[in-house]
Design a protein around this ligand. Structure first.
Ligand SMILES: CC(C)(COP(=O)(O)OP(=O)(O)OC[C@H]1O[C@@H](n2cnc3c(N)ncnc32)[C@H](O)[C@@H]1OP(=O)(O)O)[C@@H](O)C(=O)NCCC(=O)NCCS
Length: 231
């Protein structure tokens, strides 16, 4: 995998349902503080446990199989619970469709890598803003001013270091930039630890939903976004 430059040009992904503007993708990389805080820039060099994490938008060179493998590792916990999340079993073609249907961001462990290096294991996190689902979703996601994210995952070996919150901060900031006032998500209702993670991050339960491809009820959570001042 070519980790690429620290600042990349990204194709504009489809706008959110209800988005009222379409700001360009985020700007140049900056050296940032630790991996916390809702104001974190979308492309940032972030240190954790002595390692350097870059959160950036997906590029054409990113290896889809590495993302699929990361998803399988991250969702193995839910699979062990008897749940059948799509991300825990999807193949590369489904990963490819999903990451290209919205704005996908990756967390990359750039420690020790040069821009020319190839190292699939360097992808340690993923998230998609405004994925276009082939199946009907909850009404909440189609309300004006509501964006949504999906397929959030952090490699189990890198969990607990703030990467998940950094990915959340990235999509929260981007959704607000696009003019949205709420950011929603769908999660497996039986995963109590995960619900608590989102609630501690400012999300509240707004609905339930049953996706056709899972064997559990999903909770729909949403967070009120801080408006981005107009320049
Ligand atoms: C949920 C997830 C993305 C969090 O990523 P992370 O990098 O570990 O999160 P952070 O380090 O930023 O945040 C740490 C917080 O998450 C909690 N946490 C860590 N791992 C967790 C897990 N597997 N499930 C739930 N919460 C977890 C920690 O207790 C910590 O909470 P606190 O800071 O309030 O004490 C990650 O655990 C994951 O990939 N889980 C599996 C896939 C999944 O369920 N995705 C969401 C689908 S809707």
């Amino acid at each position: 995998m070519n980790i690429g430059p620290t600042s990349t040009q990204h194709p504009q992904a489809p706008a959110a349902a209800g988005a009222t503007s379409s700001a360009p993708p985020s700007g140049p990389a900056v050296t940032g503080p630790a991996v916390t805080g809702s104001a974190a820039p979308a492309d940032a060099l972030r240190p954790y446990r002595g390692r350097t994490i870059l959160v950036r938008r997906l590029s054409e060179q990113d290896p889809v199989p590495a993302i699929t493998a990361l998803l399988h590792r991250a969702y193995a916990k839910q699979v062990k619970m008897g749940l059948r999340p799509l991300a825990g079993r999807q193949d590369d073609s489904v990963t490819r469709r999903r990451i290209h249907s919205g704005e996908c961001s990756l967390a990359i462990d750039t420690s020790g890598l040069t821009p020319a290096d190839t190292f699939d294991g360097a992808i340690v996190g993923v998230i998609i803003l405004n994925e276009i689902e082939p199946d009907n979703g909850p009404d909440w996601f189609t309300r004006p001013g509501v964006a949504s994210f999906s397929q959030l995952a952090v490699d189990p070996a890198a969990q607990g270091a703030g990467i998940g919150r950094a990915l959340l901060a990235t999509v929260e900031r981007r959704a607000a930039e696009l003019g949205n006032t709420e950011l929603g998500l769908s999660m497996a209702e039986p995963d109590v630890q995960l619900r608590q993670f989102y609630q501690r991050s400012g999300y509240r339960i707004v609905a339930t939903w049953k996706w056709p491809y899972t064997n559990y009820l999903s909770l729909i959570l949403s967070k009120s976004l801080t408006p981005v001042p107009k320049a």
